[in-house]
Write a protein that binds this ligand. Structure first.
Ligand code: ASP
Ligand code: MG
Length: 415
């Protein structure tokens, strides 16, 4: 008998029919003798609808009130799932975040979980109940409802699994695992049966949308065995087979598939900004990036050129959606401080990254990547690296070509 947390995303909870299927699947696991806690998302589209309602009243809703509204989607889905389980003869009980409680800080719309009280849940499990806890939401120390940011149910589920020291956290979703790259771009993309936690963290933060990256951090910090698998299979399929499907996020590197590169991530929507002719003296990077940070814009890649005659160029990337705002912030603050510095930009650029723990022990990954791109005539605009990834910024129109060429060059289609 194991203690297992199941997480179901919005698509899996998208209709009464699907909720009934979730109930059948959960009941199957319970029948096999496991103790089960379920953490569902709101029904698909619901969170968008709720946020849309708030924005019909005011374009910039007060974050506390927005969380009050957005959190209700999950409250509906836990109640429905509990009813669906009861309807097929299971004892089930649903809880909102504040009832557990899942304690968070007060950073509304992007709160962080601080602690989870497991007592109530454990008592229910002892009583043979299936416990259903809202994803995405919690409560702060003053009793205000908070939410964890879009896609936050993944983090709720992993955090609940960590608090309960669950044997496994199963993330059921509308894809059947983690792929070497997006199969919509490369049809030969292959599902990985395992991926290391570090690789998963890179992929999640590089734009693979399967898991919220904070959930992967949680899985890593608390060593929660986490598996991504499909909720679209027959809910009554063989349990053993289901338990071994999908992709396991693993903490043991020696068991990894032996490839040097595990996956290729990409982010289409990037923008690049260059400040030309800035004086090369202490404090310049701060003067350029300070106002960008103050405008709440995340900066990703950064390069500063070699200076010539005491002047240099400074280039960085931001999410494309923040491009105009970043240029405005720079124009307002930097010009005054940096004399005749000139701002130029390009908001049609994309980032492509190769990720793999094998890079630590293999040389030549970067040169192979650059050779592959050069053979395709793709110009590299910026490069950044970590111990287990290499990212390049390229013209948006070559992004798919680059992903396909790299997938082939690193032979990712072969297991
Ligand atoms: N319902 C929330 C959202 O749509 C949380 C989640 O689905 O993970 O972002
Ligand atoms: Mg999600």
């Amino acid at each position: 008998m194991a203690l297992i947390v199941h997480k179901y995303g919005g698509t899996s909870m998208g209709s009464i029919e699907r909720i009934k299927n979730v109930a059948k699947r959960v009941a199957k696991w319970h029948d096999a003798g496991h103790r089960i806690v379920v953490v569902p998302s709101a029904m698909s589209g619901e969170t968008n609808r709720l946020i849309g309602l708030a924005k019909e009243i005011t374009p910039q809703p007060d974050p506390r009130e927005l969380d009050m509204i957005a959190s209700t989607g999950e409250q509906v889905s836990v109640g429905l799932l509990s009813l669906a389980l009861q309807a097929i003869g299971k004892q089930a009980v649903s809880y909102a975040g504040w009832q557990v409680p899942i304690l968070t800080d007060s950073a509304y719309t992007k709160a962080r979980i601080q602690s989870i009280d497991d007592q109530k849940v454990r008592r229910d499990l002892e009583d043979n109940k299936i416990v259903i806890i809202t994803g995405f939401q919690g409560v702060d120390e003053y009793g205000n409802i908070s939410t964890l940011g879009r896609g936050g149910s993944d983090t709720s589920a992993v955090a609940v699994a960590a608090a309960l020291k669950a044997d496994e956290c199963l993330i059921y979703t509308d894809v059947d695992g983690i792929y070497t790259t997006d199969p919509r771009i490369v049809s030969e993309a292959r599902r990985l049966s395992r991926i290391s936690f570090e690789e998963m963290l890179e992929l999640a933060s590089l734009g693979s949308k399967v898991l919220q990256s904070r959930s992967v951090e949680f899985a890593g910090n608390y060593r929660v065995p986490t598996r991504v698998l499909s909720s679209l299979t027959d809910p009554l399929m063989d349990l053993e087979q289901e338990a071994n499907s999908g992709t396991l996020i693993s903490f043991e590197e020696e068991n990894m598939e032996q490839a040097v590169i595990s996956g290729i991530a990409f982010n289409r929507d990037e923008a690049k900004i260059t400040v030309l002719g800035v004086p090369d003296r202490p404090g310049v990077a701060y003067q350029i990036l300070g106002p960008v940070a103050d405008a709440n814009i995340e900066v990703d890649m950064i390069i500063q050129n070699q200076s010539v005659d005491g002047k240099t160029d400074f280039t960085f990337t931001v999410p494309r959606g923040d491009y105009d705002k970043a240029v405005r912030a720079l124009n307002e603050h930097v010009r005054g401080h940096l004399g005749e510095a000139n701002i130029v930009g390009d908001n049609k650029v994309s980032k492509v990254s190769v990720v793999g723990v094998g890079m630590r022990s293999h040389v030549g990954v970067a040169s192979k990547m650059f050779e592959t791109l050069s053979k395709e005539g793709i110009n590299i605009l910026m490069i950044s690296t970590s111990e287990i990834k290499i990212s390049v910024l390229i013209d948006e129109k070559y992004m798919e070509l680059a992903v396909r060429a790299l997938h082939k060059a690193f032979e990712l289609e072969n297991a």
